[in-house]
Design a protein around this ligand. Structure first.
Ligand code: ADP
Ligand code: MG
Length: 363
């Protein structure tokens, strides 16, 4: 199974510009998590910090027992081998065909023979649905295919942690769903820890086991999908519904006057946009039939059951319904998972700056 990534009190600035502060979260081992937030909130900066490409000035990032902010460069090199990363643009070499692009990490970091390399590359090409496109150059294929190729390349070294920066950017909704399905299937197949950075609501609602939300330099909340999808926290609710009504504005900081004006518009019958008619816990995407059962689901649901009593009553009812609906598919539920206190993490982290956190009174 993938390894846990534990972030505590993380703060990052560039010069005098504070990007985010005091971010604390744990990516549960072998589960899919998504970090959401409006553009420019520092999602990519967070992702790059996790692999040690950027250096936060405070806090810790513990991976497999090592705090990567304090370890030697040799240790960091070893830790990095656990990662597969899909950057926002796919970052393929333009002059190499897809086969050579995907083979690159294997040829660079291993001593595998060419026939072994071929076997692995073809396996990953198949997993991302690119068989037959090996000879194409990145310039000859669609953005969606480039993303897939980038993903295949991120997978060849059998990573235990997979970071994916905006898998949906530049893709239409259907192709976004295909790549989401691929990520779910990868998790089912190799039980890797996956972090997806995105601002796509559809993806956020249907793909990850856990959701985090960055806003105004803080991690507003991080926890299992059941909790975030039933949250009354204004930022979370607005974002997951994609409406104009709420603290998030066109420029990130919205003032009270604008909020009142928009509310008045909506009260007078104006459509605030978004999808608030599908509130609540929508079904999560499942692995493609024939794939192994996704172990992460049962582990997450177990965690949710343990924190249920701390949540508002409405949320408890909705969550219970969704657990009842999905627990039938757990294949008997005989999974092996040691529950630990650290895992029960829902962070109502952000209080203040003009609105109350109404979700979690006292934990
Ligand atoms: N290497 C860098 N040096 C200075 N500022 C940076 C650097 N990388 C990102 N930033 C700034 O950090 C902020 C967050 O950027 P980013 O993480 O790309 O946002 P997101 O991915 O959420 O859209 C932006 O204001 C950006 O200009
Ligand atoms: Mg980004």
């Amino acid at each position: 199974m993938g390894v846990e990534v534990s972030v505590e009190g993380l703060t990052k600035s560039f010069g005098s510009q504070r990007i985010w502060q005091d971010v604390t979260l744990t990516l549960p081992a072998g589960e899919v998590s998504a970090l959401l937030g409006p553009s420019g909130t520092g999602k990519s900066v967070f992702l790059k910090s996790l692999i040690g490409l950027l250096r936060p000035e405070q806090g810790s990032i513990v991976i497999d027992g090592t705090n990567i902010l304090e370890c030697s460069s040799k240790e960091l090199y070893e830790i990095r081998k656990l990662f597969g990363v899909l950057f926002q643009d796919g970052a393929l070499f333009g002059s190499m065909n897809l086969f050579d692009n995907v083979a690159f990490p294997l040829r660079e970091h291993t001593k595998k023979s060419e026939s072994e390399v071929r076997k692995i590359v073809m396996e990953k090409m198949e997993l991302v649905g690119l068989l037959g496109a090996e000879d194409k150059l990145p310039g000859e294929i669609s953005g969606g295919m480039r993303k897939r190729a980038g993903l295949a390349r991120a997978l060849v070294l059998d990573p235990q942690i997979i970071l994916v920066d905006e898998p949906d950017s530049g893709l239409d909704p259907v192709r976004t769903t295909y790549i989401s399905q691929t990520l779910i299937d990868i998790n089912a197949e190799i039980d890797a820890t996956i972090l997806i950075v995105s601002h796509n609501i559809n993806l956020a609602r249907t793909v990850p086991d856990n959701i985090g939300m960055l806003f105004r330099r803080h991690l507003v909340m991080f926890g299992p999908r059941e909790v975030l999808l039933t949250s009354e926290e204004p930022v979370v609710k607005q974002f997951l519904n994609g409406t104009m009504i709420g603290p998030i504005g066109m420029s990130e900081e919205k003032d009270e006057a604008t909020m009142a004006q928009e509310q008045a518009m909506v009260d007078a019958g104006h459509h605030a946009g978004g999808v608030d008619d599908v509130e609540g816990i929508v079904p999560q995407m499942k692995a493609t039939p024939g794939m192994p059962f996704r172990q992460a689901v049962a582990r997450r649901q177990e965690r949710v059951r343990h924190i249920m009593h701390t949540l508002p009553e409405n949320a408890q009812i909705a969550i219970q319904e969704s657990l009842d609906e999905t627990s039938g598919g757990n294949g008997g539920g005989g999974y092996d998972y040691a529950y630990s206190q650290e895992d029960t993490q829902v962070i109502p982290a952000y209080r203040g700056e003009g609105y109350e956190n109404t979700t979690h009174g006292q934990g």
